[in-house]
Ligand binder design. Structure first.
Ligand SMILES: Cc1cc2nc3c(=O)[nH]c(=O)nc-3n(C[C@H](O)[C@H](O)[C@H](O)COP(=O)(O)OP(=O)(O)OC[C@H]3O[C@@H](n4cnc5c(N)ncnc54)[C@H](O)[C@@H]3O)c2cc1C
Length: 465
């Protein structure tokens, strides 16, 4: 191990930033790698400097926390304790405690290979949106809820003039209020969860008053902007010739099934739709870290079961920015102590650990409230494209299972090509799983993203014992 231990942090969102700052403040040299051009991750996504945003805070929550993270990062960079590698897309991490190689593709073209050596690695790669198909979902004008938010926060542009925000999950609230505040007419917020389900969980949710206050604040903003909310409703179909012109939404019964005859059409040019989030686990999987369901499993110090690999934030489970910050902080302190050869004292991060416990409990309850409608897969027509990369329809997937006898996602993929394209099944995986009834299994991909052969060929040989 080098004299001044070296940590590579993958992901400069709330978790990665908190981890990098905590480790750097305790004598660890940190290299922070992120695919984005600016630090902040999804929650604190920043507009490019060239856009000249005068008040970027107008699009954000908890701006003071961001200022603290940003200023801390700047200070550590100036002092030479942190190196921030922007526009670096990490495709693989290999090695062992004291000798890891983090391989990335640099620049927008992602054709130039870069490798960073480190004693330990903190995976803070966040999560991505679960997208479930429905007839018309490939029309221009249909975007993901997070995508609409990213256009607004990162590009300072609205995806359209009249929007419907739909799906399920807490992310719909900032998206609907953000679009409305930026000048879009939000014709409806369509949420498949019902208020009674939320009320039934109220005793467990009141333990987190900050979060409830945040929810109430969003509720007030929706009222102020005149956004009609349609709880226990779902989008049945998106309509349009060359681009989106309207959506049909339908009411759901108590079991989450469409109520016959209870549909209405809403004219709009934008549909921002999302059905919750899933953790990014590719790098952890290639390293052999154990998953717990869809999440990277970590101990109380945020260590995975692979020595030298820590994980924090939404890669370990979806729970919002505050939880990511707490986990990142704990991980950074744990890394620093372990790399200095000492046993960390958890009392030093007791406040963060308490926040972590409360927020994990809160989001575990929310998870039971927000779920896609029960019969979403049954309503996908055979001609609906499910895998956009390979243009595979729901009918082809059904044939693979019903006629050709496929019994797992891998066989469905081999028979139909669903999941063989650029995104390698990250987008269509949950949809194909829902359509076929096969469990969503880890991808078992050797690399986290496609890599040019030239980059692979140029990799130096690793010495083996
Ligand atoms: C599109 C989108 C929009 C969202 N908008 C909001 C919002 O408006 N409000 C809200 O409360 N929550 C929002 N969320 C939820 C948000 O992700 C969390 O609340 C919070 O940002 C999680 O922090 P994190 O540090 O765990 O991950 P993130 O903030 O997601 O940060 C992860 C970082 O890792 C980087 N990364 C991932 N993989 C690699 C790789 N292989 N190589 C290099 N870099 C990599 C990403 O570029 C990203 O910067 C959004 C989520 C998504 C997916």
């Amino acid at each position: 191990m080098t004299e001044r231990p070296h940590l590579a942090v993958v992901g400069a969102g709330p978790a990665g930033l908190a981890g990098a700052l905590a480790a750097a403040a305790r004598g660890v040299r940190v290299t922070l790698l992120d695919a984005a051009e600016l630090a902040g991750g999804q929650f604190y996504r920043q507009p490019a400097a060239a856009l000249g945003a005068r008040r970027p805070q107008a699009l954000h929550h908890q701006w003071r926390t961001w200022e603290r993270l940003r200023d801390g990062l700047d200070r550590h960079i100036a002092a030479g304790r942190v190196t921030h590698l922007t526009d670096h897309h990490v495709w693989c991490v290999e090695g062992e405690l004291g000798d890891f190689a983090v391989h990335a593709l640099r620049g927008p073209a992602q054709e130039e290979g870069v490798s960073v050596r480190a004693d330990a690695v903190l995976l803070a790669t966040g999560g991505y949106e679960r997208v479930l198909p429905f007839p018309g979902w490939t029309l221009p004008g249909v975007v993901t809820a997070g995508g609409a938010q990213a256009m607004l926060k990162g590009g300072l542009v609205l995806p359209g003039r009249t929007a419907v925000v739909a799906g399920t999950g807490p992310l719909l609230l900032p998206v609907a209020t953000g679009l409305a505040a930026a000048g879009a007419r939000v014709a409806a917020l369509v949420e498949s969860a019902g208020p009674k389900t939320l009320l039934r969980r109220a005793p467990a949710l009141v333990a987190q008053p900050d979060k409830l206050a945040e929810g109430a604040w969003y509720g007030g903003r929706l009222v102020r902007h005149g956004v009609r909310t349609l709880p226990r409703h779902t989008v049945v179909e998106a309509h349009g010739t060359d681009r989106l012109e309207a959506v049909t939404v339908g009411a759901l019964d108590r079991d989450g099934r469409l109520r016959p005859g209870r549909v209405r059409s809403i004219p709009c040019d934008t549909l921002a739709v999302g059905h919750g989030m899933l953790p990014h686990t590719d790098l952890a999987e290639t390293l052999g870290c154990t998953l717990s369901g869809t999440d990277v499993r970590v101990d109380d110090e945020q260590r995975t079961d692979v020595p030298g690999i820590w994980a924090a934030g939404e890669t370990t489970g979806i729970g919002g920015a505050a939880l990511s910050l707490a986990e990142g902080h704990i991980a950074g302190r744990s890394v620093a102590a372990r790399l200095h050869g000492t046993t960390p004292d958890p009392r030093r991060w007791a406040a963060a650990a308490r926040a972590r416990t409360r927020l994990r409990e809160f989001f575990a309850v929310l998870d039971t409230v927000y779920a896609p409608p029960a019969d979403w897969a049954g309503r996908i027509t055979d001609d609906t494209v499910v895998c956009r990369c390979e243009e595979v329809t729901a009918g082809q997937v059904r044939t693979a299972v019903g006629t050709l006898g496929a019994g797992d996602l891998r066989t469905v993929k081999l028979l139909t090509r669903a999941g063989m394209g650029w995104c390698q099944g990250r987008m269509c995986g949950p949809a194909v799983a829902g359509l076929t009834g096969c469990p969503l299994a880890p991808g078992r991909r050797p690399f986290a993203r496609p890599v040019p052969l030239g980059v692979l060929a140029d990799l130096p040989e690793r010495e083996t014992d």
